[in-house]
Design a binder for this molecule. Structure first.
Ligand SMILES: [Zn+2]
Length: 392
């Protein structure tokens, strides 16, 4: 079986050029220097027992995907992927094969982490053995090539294609009656639930959420459902984001340049004005989530959090000035995957239809437009942009 696939096949010089130009001129991202190409390729082979082919019905474009294809991701991740790979780790699909109790035709969502169970590694590593497969230490071994997740592995294919392969342990059944758009939110919502758990938010904590794209909005929703957080200040750049942030439970929503002031007022903190650098607070939020992953968002998260408060990295982080982490003795806590929170995420989505967050879906043939739209989603009044590989 052959299928269309968007494949990332970057050469180093091209990658470096892209790194330089990528974000400055968004139109160029999907232009001639892109290391993505649309090809017809054989569907990936089944790597072993317990694997099945999946036809993606909807596949999200995530901030980490944009950072990867634009060459902005840290070189740290280069050791955690195998080339060439097909991006796409937020996947709603249809099984093409029967596999361990699931029949062909069944709709599924993908837990993209490729841990020991998927790789057939026995005995599993310590994190996998205790159920934390998001922290797997064997992501280079077993039945498939190196890859922290589906969508970064040369052997599995990815969601931005007509066919991929997945292991039974990665699959969760989509409840009857749930729309594909709602189901597409399962993986990002699972990540948000995991981030809220990692934050261990104490009752009535004063929370700051920096960024109101998909990650920020789902984090606010997860905070209201899975914690006893007190007032939540959300930072939103655009009007539709602000309205959604309020709807999902933010107490106060402000633009980025008013974030520090809003937290200062809410927590009676003092604002400090260093030379040649952004202001910061003495006092501030108890818990802050960086949901944007830019240098500016992480800097303001660190600068608006009280001493010994907690800063959660809920998005793939950019470099930032760690001075406040040292001086204010902050706990900086990573929250990388949604592994372990898929059941809660699906249950939540059954009650609260978040499918409306999917603003547009594109056929693979219009991938340049799709990526441009995803890069500028906030400005265009959109939230989540997806591929619909079933469309021509
Ligand atoms: Zn493992």
């Amino acid at each position: 079986m052959t299928a269309l696939a968007l494949e990332l096949h970057r050469s180093v010089p091209r990658y470096v050029a892209q790194r330089t130009i990528g974000r400055r001129l968004p139109g160029l991202l999907a232009g001639p220097i892109s290391s993505l190409r649309l090809i017809h390729r054989e569907a990936p082979a089944l790597p072993g027992d317990g694997w099945a082919r999946i036809r993606p019905l909807l596949s999200g474009i995530c901030g980490s995907d944009l950072a990867t294809v634009s060459g902005e991701a840290s070189f740290y991740f280069s050791a955690l992927v195998s080339m060439p790979f097909v991006p796409g780790h937020e996947v709603v699909g249809e099984l093409l094969d029967d596999v361990d109790g699931l029949g062909a035709g069944q709709r599924v969502v993908l837990d993209p982490v490729l841990g020991c169970a998927a790789r057939g590694i026995e005995p599993p590593c310590e994190p996998c053995a205790r159920g934390d497969h998001g922290l797997c230490e064997r992501i280079t071994g077993g039945h498939v090539a190196t890859g922290l997740q589906t969508g970064y592995c040369a052997d599995t294919g990815g969601g931005w294609s007509g066919a991929l392969v997945a292991h039974r342990s990665q699959l969760h059944v989509v409840p009857d009656g749930m729309t594909e758009a709602a189901a597409l939110m399962t993986e990002p919502l699972a990540c948000a639930i995991h981030a809220v758990r990692r934050a261990a938010v104490a009752r009535d904590s004063r929370v700051l959420v920096v960024g109101s794209g998909t990650v920020g909005l789902l984090t606010i929703a997860a905070l209201r459902e899975f914690s006893e957080a007190g007032p939540i200040v959300a930072v939103a750049k655009h009007g539709h984001q602000a309205a959604l942030a309020r709807r999902y439970g933010a107490t106060d929503v402000v633009p980025p340049n008013e974030a520090l002031g809003a937290v200062r007022r809410a927590t009676r903190a003092f604002r400090m004005h260093p030379e040649r650098s952004a202001p910061f607070l003495l006092g501030g939020a108890d818990v802050t989530f960086d949901c944007a992953g830019t240098r500016a968002s992480l800097d303001s998260a660190l600068r608006a959090t009280r001493a010994r408060g907690r800063v959660i990295l809920a998005a793939m982080p950019a470099r930032a000035d760690l001075s406040p982490a040292w001086y204010r003795e902050l706990e900086v806590v990573g929250a990388y995957s949604g592994a372990g929170a898929f059941a809660e995420s699906l249950a939540f989505l059954t009650d609260a239809d978040l499918g409306g967050l999917v603003s547009a879906s594109y056929p693979l043939s219009r991938w340049r437009e799709a990526l441009d739209h995803a890069l500028t989603a906030g400005r265009l009044g959109s939230v989540k942009i997806a591929f619909d590989p079933t469309k021509e």
